[in-house]
Design a protein. Structure first.
Length: 213
């Protein structure tokens, strides 16, 4: 166990990834805390994804309390990665912890992860309220952030119609334009493909994720 824990902290990203793969292949409750802690500091996106996968291989009874605690962290990566992992686990007991504060987090990557998790975990009778909160973020950020929000809203279905209509009359042209783009993407999903391809190319060029232009 000690050797595996040390490997999670190794200077080589490939060693860290192999350690996470080994833990996920043979789940052991003793590694849950170490996996969550590493998620908060791991610089390589592909290693973080492997850490998340390893956490999904463990019982939610063990992982949920630890991940929910990370949502209160002062470190943005800890919050965003915990939200990302919760969306992968898909346990609706996490829903009450997806607060308005997280959904409107000042860090774009945290907010984007919160939006994705929320639309997956929201109870049906709270979808309208969630749409209202998400609509307050229309016009925010660069292309990647706007596209993430549009897709989150669209995932909620017909309940977004009133908030989109209201946003289209907003005094802020950024809000109006984003609402119109969201409606366009709703009726023509392929209209977002160009932005998605451009974002993917940008990520490859930068060698990282979660940054805006």
């Amino acid at each position: 166990m000690t050797r595996t824990l040390q490997a999670l902290e190794h200077s080589s990203s490939s060693v860290r990834m192999r350690a996470a793969l080994a833990i996920g292949t043979s789940p052991d409750p003793r590694f849950v805390d170490a996996l969550v802690e590493r998620c908060a500091t791991e610089p390589e996106p592909y290693v973080r994804e492997t850490l998340t996968w390893a956490l999904t291989r463990h019982s939610p009874a063990l992982t949920l309390p630890r991940l929910l605690g990370e949502l209160r962290s002062e470190h943005a990566q800890a919050r965003s990665q915990a939200l990302h992992t919760l969306s992968k686990i898909g346990d609706r007991r996490a829903w009450p912890s997806l607060t308005r504060t997280l959904l409107t987090d000042a860090d774009d990557e945290v907010a984007r992860c919160a939006w994705r998790a929320a639309v997956l975990l929201v109870p049906e009778d709270e979808a309208s309220a969630l749409a209202g909160v998400l609509a307050t973020q229309l016009g925010r950020g660069g292309r990647a952030t706007r596209l993430s929000l549009s897709r989150a809203l669209i995932a909620l279905g017909e309940v977004i119609t009133p908030v989109l209509r209201a946003a289209m009359t907003d005094a802020d042209p950024r809000v109006r334009g984003h609402a119109e783009d969201t409606e366009r993407l709703w009726y023509d999903p392929d209209s977002g493909s160009e932005d998605a391809i451009e974002e993917a190319r940008r990520v490859v060029a930068l060698g990282t994720t979660g940054q805006e232009e």
